[in-house]
Design a protein around this ligand. Structure first.
Ligand code: AMP
Length: 231
């Protein structure tokens, strides 16, 4: 990790110990790694995808609006996502920083995030890009199954449940996310290529950028991330 990124978690306003952004295509393991790292750094994990799914589950107006885009594998509009994040930042647990997973995903979102951080007196984020091959992405996403009760994630090939398609912890029938179907995966990768991948160059220019090879096992990736943020 470059020197700037290393020191990024402690610089800036004393009220803002750090912002971390996870970039990477769907299936890179952002959710798993972000959850672990946020716990380790003791900052909230903010996943825009999780917030949308939670709203879909509760049938809120935001959820009904987002579901149409999500099921097709398309991005929800910038205005809706930016406003949702702006509101989340007002929660008391965000005072010392946060780890963003799945946001920003477009140049317009990155610009809005920049303004929001400046407004809070925070420096630009430390950005971690989880790079992974698309062959691996398709393998991971098409085999992904989730427990609807405890949200534990399995992969039918690499991390199968002990018992057919039931959760090891609570026996619930595992489910496939609608956007993990093959057609939606293709659409998500196309949106990633067109709208999100350009953020890699955008954030490289900002300087606090770190590349991780996410083709490896989850344990190897976690080890590397924790070693880096330990410093
Ligand atoms: P994720 O769990 O991060 O893969 O997000 C699932 C879906 O939620 C995406 O395919 C989009 O439809 C929507 N979504 C999540 N985050 C964003 C974002 N930052 N901008 C636009 N759409 C988003």
């Amino acid at each position: 990790m470059d020197q700037k990124a290393e020191s990024g978690m402690s610089r800036g306003n004393s009220n803002c110990t750090g912002t971390v952004v996870f970039l990477g295509p769907p299936g890179a393991g952002k959710g798993t790694q972000a959850r672990l790292l946020a716990r380790y750094l003791q900052i909230p994990h903010i996943s825009t995808g999780d917030i949308f799914r939670e709203n879909v589950g509760r049938g809120t107006p935001l959820g009904l609006l987002a579901k149409v885009f999500m099921d097709r594998g398309e991005l929800v509009s910038d205005d809706v996502v930016n406003e949702m994040v702006r509101q989340r930042f007002r929660d008391p647990d965000c005072g010392k920083g946060f780890l963003l997973d799945g946001y920003p995903r477009t140049r317009a979102q990155a610009e809005t995030l920049k303004e929001m951080l400046q407004h809070r007196g925070c420096e630009s984020p430390v950005v971690v890009n989880l790079g992974v091959s698309y062959t691996e992405v398709v393998k991971r996403l098409s085999g992904r199954r989730i427990c609807p009760i405890c949200q534990r994630t399995y992969n039918l090939v690499s991390q199968p449940p002990r018992n057919d398609s039931a959760c090891d912890d609570d026996g619930a029938s595992l489910e496939q996310r609608p956007d993990d179907r093959e057609e939606a995966i293709r659409e998500r990768l196309a949106s990633y290529d067109a709208q999100t991948a350009p953020l890699i160059e955008y954030y490289k220019k900002e300087g606090r950028f770190y590349e991780v090879n996410a083709d490896r096992s989850p344990e190897q990736i976690t080890d590397e991330l924790m070693r880096v943020f330990d410093r």
